[in-house]
Design a protein around this ligand. Structure first.
Ligand code: 13P
Length: 330
């Protein structure tokens, strides 16, 4: 096993997963505003420190995905966040895409930016302690029209080019083609799109000869759209998600991590537990874990409200959610 494969696999240590704490300035501002917290660089530092400074997170977290601003900030322990995480045995990672914008060939769809200066940025991120990376594409479902083949293909090409660059820089890539939960679509449609997205992605990855064993797939669960009026049972989600992935993700990948995508914390945790159970029962070939942002953060943010006196209660809620999500992997 190469060092890179071992590093990728270490993110799937038993009972551990990945916290996504890589909200861009734009997204972090929106998240803080939901809880009445005004945004500034210092408030974003306190926001990160709420989670990254919580005692005992290393029991549940193998890695944390950071945003570039956070790489250079310090926590309450006066250490740079990546150093503080590494000292506790948690791999620091970094979001390297530069966000989405409307796709010129199909403006209702999104295309991810960030390939142009990627090699130079990777060198800088490495210097600041990053051990793995993430690139997110966003795939919208809308009736029979979206996603279009051209958008799927272009997003897959960029994900594959990103993965190639990252591996040659000696870092682990997480490829996140997120099939959005927002919409009126059925769970069957979500399942079919996840499968198609992964098929397209792996055909382009093979064209570029990207090493499968040191890459991680981050995916949505197969869910009825949030405006479909249908709430799936965890067993339904598990069966359709595992079926889509077994049909489209090769067994050699280092593992598959699930995003929460706007599901509530309880829903995401119950669905993850059912997924892991179903994957075990059916002999699915890859290690599985979580890589949630909102489902891990929301309860703590609602308690914190930007007030230092609320930090202990907010951290307790975060640790309780981490423990539940970690239990879901058992
Ligand atoms: P959510 O779990 O909130 O979907 O975030 C995961 C993520 O990394 C989105 O890019």
């Amino acid at each position: 096993m190469t060092d890179l494969v071992a590093r990728a696999r270490s993110l799937f240590a038993p009972g551990k997963g990945i916290l996504a704490a890589d909200e861009s300035v734009h997204t972090a501002t929106a998240r803080l505003a939901e809880h009445g917290v005004p945004a500034s660089e210092e408030m974003r530092r306190q926001y990160r420190n709420l989670f990254l400074g919580a005692k005992g997170i290393e029991q549940y977290l193998s890695g944390v995905i950071l945003f570039s601003e956070t790489l250079l900030q310090k926590g309450g322990d006066k250490k740079l966040f990546p150093k503080s995480l590494a000292a506790r045995g948690i791999l620091p990672g970094i979001k390297v895409d530069l966000g989405t914008e409307p796709f010129p060939s199909s403006p209702q769809e999104l295309i991810t930016q960030g390939l142009l200066d990627l090699p130079e940025r990777l060198e800088a991120y490495k210097k600041h302690g990053a051990m793995f990376t993430k690139w997110r594409a966003a795939i919208r479902i809308e009736g029979d029209e979206l996603p279009t083949n051209v958008a799927l293909h272009e997003n897959a090409k960029r994900l594959a080019s990103y993965a190639k660059e990252v591996q040659s820089a000696g870092l682990v890539p997480i490829l996140e083609p997120e099939v959005l939960y927002e919409g009126r679509h059925s769970r069957a449609h979500s399942r079919a799109v996840i499968e198609e997205v992964m098929h397209t992605l792996f055909s382009v990855l093979d064209e570029l000869a990207v090493d499968r064993a040191s890459l991680i797939i981050k995916t949505s669960m197969a869910l009825s759209g949030d405006k479909s009026g249908k709430r799936d049972t965890p067993e339904e989600v598990a069966a359709d998600t595992v079926a889509a992935l077994v049909a489209s993700v090769p067994p050699q990948v280092a593992g598959i991590a699930f995003l929460s995508g706007g599901q509530g914390p309880e829903q995401a945790t119950a669905n993850l537990a059912a997924l892991v159970r179903h994957a075990k029962e059916t002999g699915a070939p890859w290690p599985l874990t979580f890589s949630f942002a909102r489902a891990l953060q929301d309860e703590a943010l609602a308690l914190w409200k930007g007030d230092a006196t609320n930090v202990p209660a907010a951290r307790a809620a975060f640790l309780a959610r981490l423990a539940a999500v970690s239990d879901a992997l058992a």
